[in-house]
Design a protein around this ligand. Sequence first.
Ligand SMILES: Cc1ncc(COP(=O)(O)O)c(C=O)c1O
Length: 394
Amino acid sequence: MPGRNFLFIPGPTTVPRRIQNAMNIEQEDMRAMDLPAFTKPLYEDMKKVFKTKTGRVFIFPASGTGGWESAVANTLNAGDKVLMSGFGHFSNLWVDLCQRWGLDVHALEEDWGDGVPVEKYAEILAADKKHEIKAVFATQNETATGVASDIAGVRKALDACNHPALLFVDGVSSVGSIDFRMDEWGVDICVSGSQKGFMLPTGLGIVCASEKALACREGSTLPKTFFDWNDQIKTNDLGFFPYTPPMNLLRGLRESLNMLFEEGLDNVFARHHRMANAVRAAVSAWGMRPIANEEKWYSDTVTAVKVPEGFDGNEVVRHAYNYYNLALSISLAKIAGQAFRIGHLGDMNELMVLTPINGAEMSMKDLGYPIELGSGVAAAQEYLRSTAKPRIQQ
Ligand SMILES: Cc1ncc(COP(=O)(O)O)c(C=O)c1O
């Protein structure tokens, strides 16, 4: 089939040519004497993405779920009370993981369209005078609903009552795309993955841990081997790994960091915001709205487009794939069929972001949606034109 498939799901995202080239190398000796000269700066530079000076980054040959598992297994114990909230497929999976680890999970069930309920967290933490809650969990970006949450607000809730609980953040679909500040927000553990903002294939479970989280290793009794932080620390400090590392992905990660730093993290975040605004302009021109209930929850990496009553959003995804070779993303679990998702993160520019809008619009028209052909594309074009800046200064 001529042409190419256009991938606009919220991860894995498009892998830029530069990163593909960096990974397209001969296999190498992971015990070579010059490897530390590569790995040590890599780990140091990863800290810049998390905005931490005192934290430590772990990189596992895993996915985000592995990162979650390592975070829990190295810091908490069975029976520990934790405060969580579920408002989408991924925040709920995190709840499930903690339950399976035998934690005493108190999970607030929120509307799918809202985010972390900061006020409720504040009340619960203030009432926990004996400090029984050992950790508070927050999903910064719920990929299933396109909802971004206020992590600084969760820190404020903890500080307001001097609560010592650890703060865990899921940054799988936000780190490297939406601002995240480990030290400033007092985050103890942030989990991410390679296949979203880092623009890599799936395969790295990335965890950043604060000094306070690292100290919890002392009393940690949950079983672990593959995900044991102690083994990582011992070998990473020497520039090596406790088991065979995925060197191609690590070489790709180096290039990913080069690209993020060349653009500048603030510019990366601003670009994501602009791409997201273009998608939202299209959605509004279609007479539709995001699943996110309020503007404050809007995600800059993924938009779940709520479809009108009587339509199946997942049919739009199937149709776009089948007729136009475009990969949009289905809506999952509780909202299956009520929306389709557009991923607008990673390696993305103006004309790229118009592609899923274009394909979704054609597919919806084909399926009898009451939309005007060209309306979403035109609205996004107008927004992008009116906010465009020259790439090259002359
Ligand atoms: C917010 C969020 N958390 C966790 C995960 C799980 O990550 P993985 O699929 O890499 O294991 C995902 C996956 O999309 C996600 O979007």
